[in-house]
Design a binder for this molecule. Sequence first.
Ligand SMILES: CC(=O)SCCNC(=O)CCNC(=O)[C@H](O)C(C)(C)COP(=O)(O)OP(=O)(O)OC[C@H]1O[C@@H](n2cnc3c(N)ncnc32)[C@H](O)[C@@H]1OP(=O)(O)O
Ligand SMILES: O=C([O-])CC(=O)C(=O)O
Length: 379
Amino acid sequence: MTGNVKINRGLKGVYFERSGVSDIDGAAGELSYRGYSIHDLATHSSFEEVAYLLIHGELPTAAQLADFDAALRAGRDLPPGVLGVIETCRDGHPMDVLRTAVSALAALDPASADNSEQGMIATGLRLTAQLPVLVAHHHAIREGRDPVAPDPELGHATNWLWMLKGQKPSAEAARLADVDFILHAEHGSNASSFAARVTIGTEAGLHGAITTALATLAGPAHGGAAEDVMKMVQDIGSPENAAEYVRAKRAAREAVTGFGHRVYRREDPRARHMRDGVRRLGEEMGAPQWYEILQAVVEAMKPYARHGLNVNVDFYSGVIYQLHGIPMDLYVPIFAIGRMPGWVIQCLEQARRNILIRPLTLYDGPPPRAYVPLQDRGT
Ligand SMILES: CC(=O)SCCNC(=O)CCNC(=O)[C@H](O)C(C)(C)COP(=O)(O)OP(=O)(O)OC[C@H]1O[C@@H](n2cnc3c(N)ncnc32)[C@H](O)[C@@H]1OP(=O)(O)O
Ligand SMILES: O=C([O-])CC(=O)C(=O)O
């Protein structure tokens, strides 16, 4: 069929469902989770509290938070067998290894087939707890070290840095990681959450949906941007080279990574918290040049700021990880660790009022024609 049909390529501007989780005002540059401003949450909250808020809809009481935190800490164990999978693909990109390990968990986790509401919440908590362990263990294995066991005395962000580096992080480093996870925890119908919903829409399980989400997050137009920003900063090398770098990119009509967003027409509200972190940490660590290069890129992009083109959340996050000595190929997995509660609640919302997600493509191929047998098709 062809005809006068309106096509929204990339589903731009299309509402496909209602959601009570996060509200994004792209024109105003505002974001809230369950009605709470991202700025309040980044300033006052913790990842554990935000994960509870996202999944259960309300901020927890002290007792509810303690139970939730205990469940997260208890969920860090990995079923035997998954380390063998990681070992087999140890030299792959950490995002490929993580996706493969989560996919393997579907087969190795005895409770993975429980698609009830309570079953999905329990699986979601386990996966939220397990993702940092998978990433840290893979990193140790590829470096030829023994994986560092999770420490049940430590909260989510502190334990992640402990397992990654084998040393207890400073309070400042742990807080920056915590804020990073809060800022990445949820973002409506972004590509990876939408992909996870499509998977749940077929009544597949949560491990499958998270595997889909991980595959989708990895691309440079989505979660892969932080890694690319760090590569860009290294290519630029010094603030005075930024203008020429941007000019050449725009002359070639190439995107400048870390800029642009499908929804925001102002600065991404999450960016300011990362920017403050880069500036502070850079000064403290005697490496202010990264911040200066980033700000020189922002300045150089101003003439191209049509349609409100501005920095997104991942413009600054890569440099924070770099200052913490975290390898570039772990930046997307870090995003994934933070995004887990968002994926879980998007999947729960989908499952609660499930409908198969199946839009249409308007056919514009050849008209009907007769089949030509192989021997009649020439050489
Ligand atoms: C966590 C996240 O996923 S945030 C996004 C992370 N991704 C990146 O940072 C990669 C770089 N950015 C991009 O590739 C894009 O901005 C995307 C894919 C994120 C969004 O793309 P779109 O939805 O097409 O953006 P949008 O419709 O707002 O584009 C408007 C205009 O700005 C331009 N534009 C968008 N992003 C950029 C950019 N990074 N650099 C230069 N120009 C850009 C577009 O080419 C378009 O110009 P046109 O009207 O002349 O065609
Ligand atoms: O919402 C989007 O399209 C991408 C994004 O910023 C996110 O997933 O955090």
